[in-house]
Write a protein that binds this ligand. Structure first.
Ligand SMILES: Nc1nc2c(ncn2[C@@H]2O[C@H](COP(=O)(O)OP(=O)(O)OP(=O)(O)O)[C@@H](O)[C@H]2O)c(=O)[nH]1
Ligand SMILES: [Mg+2]
Length: 345
């Protein structure tokens, strides 16, 4: 019994430390981050939002609608800002810039399998990622319209803010990995001038038949499909309404949230090409301090820009051609001289 209490105490100390680091990361942000949850039907996206909020507040409540997974449960775009789940009066733990969660419809994998360059899922994600849809927008209706190539009108004044981080949610229970959907998501995260960090959550670990080794292999396989680093992955079992709070679970969740709130991971705007449309830009948060918890080498770095026609690199090539020509001329002149004097001797 005593040993149990000692273990719990150590866990509580660890949790408190993580809270401190999380707060430091949040304070270093200019504004709350918009975290978009993406994944196929019933993978536990909404449950994960509720799980993070439970780890933060210590109480389970239905903030995001959770379903049974057999049909679409979340049909509308649902933004959950911290004002909805965090009591600012809570003087014990003051936390500013807690994230806004964006819960959306489960993406149907079949809608990524399109012969055309832009699939329905890609179009839907593009609208959401760029903040072009209003809160409560009927996404089921919208995907049907996109499927039927119907015209879509969006009122600009109702649009939500753009997405800062994408969290892909997959179920460890599913044997098949939705490769094409994952490929679409990663492509949209790095589309045109944007580069949005992508993280992964593997839910339903409690329901998976895989051993620890099997789960680790699954995680690594998905990481290589998505081309993301394994430290951006969280494997968890979501809180259910009847679950008691678990400090162990909270520690893992809060650690993950700490990474999501790390100023080091940010959506960046790459240099725009002249022909590009202006609408699709994500703000650069230049003034943010580097994170205390993540090494610099782990940062998302924008892709290098292609060298322009008149870059110093190009000039260097020109000058080496000139030097070569000069040496050839000099050699020809010396050979001429030798032949001239040689014939006289
Ligand atoms: N045992 C267990 N059940 C889970 C877990 N995550 C989600 N569930 C259950 O799975 C079902 C679907 O969860 P949701 O959170 O609604 O999934 P979703 O991805 O939001 O679903 P859609 O919005 O319909 O795409 C619910 O019955 C949840 O209680 C988990 O980690 N473990
Ligand atoms: Mg949902």
């Amino acid at each position: 019994m005593d040993e149990m209490t000692a273990e719990q105490n150590t866990e509580q100390v660890t949790k408190d430390e993580i809270w401190e680091n999380l707060k430091a990361n949040l304070e270093a942000l200019e504004k709350p981050r918009n975290l978009l949850l993406l994944g196929s039907l019933g993978t536990g996206k909404s449950s994960f939002i509720n799980t993070v909020i439970t780890a933060l507040t210590g109480k389970y409540k239905y903030y995001a609608d959770v379903g049974r997974g057999s049909s679409h449960n979340t049909m509308r775009l649902h933004m959950i800002p911290s004002a909805e789940y965090w009591n600012p009066e809570n003087k014990e733990i003051k936390a500013q810039n807690l994230p806004t969660f964006i819960d959306i419809i489960g993406l149907e994998t079949s809608l990524s399998e399109s012969k055309e360059e832009i699939s329905v899922n890609k179009e839907l994600m593009r609208l959401i990622i760029n903040g072009q849809l209003p809160q409560n927008c009927d996404l089921f209706d919208l995907s049907n319209k996109l499927k039927n190539r119907e015209k879509i009108n969006i009122k600009p004044d109702l649009q939500i803010a753009a997405v800062d981080i994408i969290i892909v949610v997959l179920s460890a229970e599913n044997y098949v990995t939705p490769d094409i959907l994952l490929y679409d998501i990663c492509k949209e995260a790095k589309f045109e001038t944007k580069n949005i960090p992508v993280f992964l959550v593997l839910t339903n670990v409690d329901k998976s038949n895989l051993s620890e080794k099997g789960l680790e292999e699954k995680k690594n396989d998905i990481c290589s499909i998505m081309n993301i680093e394994p430290y951006k992955v969280l494997m968890c079992s979501n809180y259910q309404p009847d679950h008691k709070p678990s400090i162990k679970k909270d520690i893992k969740i809060l650690e993950f949230l700490m990474k999501l709130s790390d100023p080091c991971f940010k959506a960046v705007t790459l240099q725009k090409m002249e022909s590009e449309k202006p609408a699709l830009s994500i703000e650069i948060m230049e003034s943010e301090k580097p994170a205390p918890s993540v090494q610099e080498m782990e940062c998302e770095i924008p892709a290098p820009l292609k060298p322009h026609a008149s870059t110093p690199c190009q000039n260097a090539d020109d000058s080496s051609v000139m030097t070569g020509a000069f040496i050839c001329l000099l050699l020809a002149f010396l050979i001429g001289l030798i032949l001239h004097f040689g014939s006289k001797i």
